[in-house]
Design a protein around this ligand. Structure first.
Ligand code: BES
Ligand code: ZN
Ligand code: ZN
Length: 512
């Protein structure tokens, strides 16, 4: 699907014109009521931007009194020249936000994508607080996210008809450059979300740790100013990554630590350096602490943290943002075999701490612990990890909210602000000494699960903090909920990888 901006006023060749309509605000309604009792006044909907021809057709269509212009209430009309017009109800103008726009564009896309080959969206009716750049960005992100399908293994693919969308704007031509940039950035984010979703959705027998690293290497070759290093089992042994290696012990495939570095063209001593670390479990059986069948299903998605971080990195590089970014992806599966790590095993982490592995299903923290410690070597200004770390985060926050933990409130606040900007739900949870103490063992320095089953997400975060070097600002994102099926968001597939949190991270990297 091609998306283009247009500054022309006529779009006669378009099959479908998309306009919007707000319903009247309560104040408008009560003001009208006090002036006249005529029920026709209730039907005055806000549509000042429409062409006269459309206003006329619409006036007839609403004569039935049933149309109110509520959010999601759409109406289709035929214009005199034979083109179709779709009027998208956006609801209350005072409650119109980028997120309402994203959701309504998603619903609109679903309604038209199998009927029309091209469509023109008349932007002026979709402006959020009069802001063209933000509105274009929200629209384009939504179109990319909504049109995503994972159909590579289907013999019969459902192809959408819609091949072209024109965003027609009444803005001056002089604004073209910044509007084109907004479009381009949103397309980049949309494409990177697709890359992440494709990785996560791919089957574990096809995308094993070795292939996954190879695919990233292939993709990253096209990125400018990026260096790549991949550590295999031998290199990890040299690095003494005893925790990471213990997770890989039962695997038929080698572990991989993919290390990407982006240095912007005009980097100076003042350029900020951000490290992104991702959990990349291509499959999590639980190991000897085997997951029961229903809980194991879909554990191909246990690599969502790594796909999220790679996607955010990729987007930042394609936008050539003026920030240095190091990206570290800890990749393996958690398999069962005679060589797999047994519960009660004691291993030594990269930083020398010893860990008693009481539950081999709490493997993400073992991989991340060694990888975050490796990432600390470069002394980044901030280190952020993303991981499908705990089922407990779903209990705490539901599947809709990302859990945030941090040792640095400034960093946590920046991430919360970025989540707000990106309209993604994120909530901070604490790291407390009691939880840290609960992760201490009797026969080793640490154990990988807490003593009680409660507070699982916070204790997971408390464990990881043991491997962060002093002075490094660190934040941990538990995406076990948001990384997967987000049925409440019309621009995410009802089933499968969501790509949620990527937009927050890109916003953070833009503003750092
Ligand atoms: N990958 C899982 C976390 C997970 C669970 C993600 C459910 C999505 C849905 C992780 O490796 C895990 O198994 N964690 C355990 C930790 C426990 C043993 C302390 C969990 O959450 O049960
Ligand atoms: Zn696990
Ligand atoms: Zn896991």
């Amino acid at each position: 699907m091609k998306i283009q901006l247009s500054f022309e006023s006529k779009h006669s060749s378009t099959e479908l014109h998309i306009f919007s309509c707000f319903n009247k605000t309560k104040e408008e309604k009560s003001a009208k009521k006090s002036k006249e009792k005529d029920s026709k006044a209730e039907k005055v909907l806000s549509h000042a931007h429409w062409p006269a021809e459309l206003t006329e057709a619409f006036t007839h269509a609403v004569a039935s009194k049933h149309y109110k212009g509520d959010a999601g209430e759409n109406i289709a009309l035929t214009l005199v020249n034979g083109a179709a017009a779709l009027i998208v109800g956006l609801g209350d103008k005072n409650k119109f936000t980028k997120e309402v726009l994203r959701r309504q564009i998603a619903n609109t896309y679903k309604a038209i994508s199998n009927k029309f080959e091209d469509a023109t969206i008349h932007l002026d009716g979709f402006l959020v607080k009069g802001h063209a750049e933000d509105s274009i960005a929200a629209m384009v992100e939504s179109l990319y996210m909504t049109s995503y399908t994972f159909d590579r293994h289907l013999s019969t693919k459902k192809k959408s008809k819609l091949a072209q969308i024109i965003i027609a704007t009444g803005e001056k031509k002089s604004a073209a450059k910044k509007l084109e940039t907004a479009l381009h950035h949103a397309e980049t984010i949309g494409q990177c979300i697709k890359v992440a979703r494709d990785f996560v959705n791919e089957a574990p027998n096809i995308l094993n740790s070795e292939n996954y690293a190879k695919e990233i290497e292939k993709d990253a070759k096209n990125l400018k100013h990026v260096k790549l290093k991949i550590l295999g089992k031998a290199e990890m042994k040299k690095e003494r990554m005893g925790m990471f290696l213990s997770v890989n012990a039962g695997s038929a495939f080698e572990p991989r630590l993919v290390h990407l570095t982006y240095t912007p063209a005009k980097a100076t001593a003042k350029t900020k350096h951000i490290a992104l670390v991702g959990k990349g479990l291509t499959f999590d059986t639980g190991g000897y602490s085997l997951k029961p069948g229903p809980s194991m299903m879909n554990m191909k998605f246990d690599m969502a943290g790594s796909a999220t971080m790679y996607a955010a990195f990729r987007a930042a590089v394609l936008m050539q943002l003026p920030v240095k970014i190091s990206c570290y992806l800890g990749i393996t599966d958690n398999a069962v075999s005679s060589l797999a790590t047994m519960p009660d095993s004691i291993v030594t982490a990269r930083n020398g701490k010893t860990v008693e592995i009481l539950n081999t299903d709490a493997e993400g923290r073992l991989v991340l612990g060694d990888v975050v410690n490796y990432a600390c070597d470069a002394k980044p200004d901030a280190l952020i990890d993303a991981a499908t770390l705990t089922g407990a985060i779903l209990v705490a926050l539901g599947s809709e909210v990302c859990g945030l933990f941090s040792n640095n409130q400034k960093l946590a606040d920046s991430l919360l602000a970025s989540a707000k900007n990106a309209d993604e739900y994120m909530w901070q949870l604490p790291i407390i000494d009691e939880h840290k103490n609960d992760m201490k063992a009797i026969v080793a320095d640490l154990k990988n699960i807490g003593g009680s089953g409660n507070g699982g997400s916070a204790k997971g975060a408390a464990f990881i903090e043991n491997f962060i070097e002093p002075g490094i600002a660190w934040a941990h994102l538990d995406i076990a909920g948001v990384g997967d099926s987000q049925g409440h968001l019309p621009y995410c597939p009802a089933k499968g990888a969501s790509g949620i949190v990527i937009r927050t991270l890109v916003d953070y990297l833009k503003n750092v």
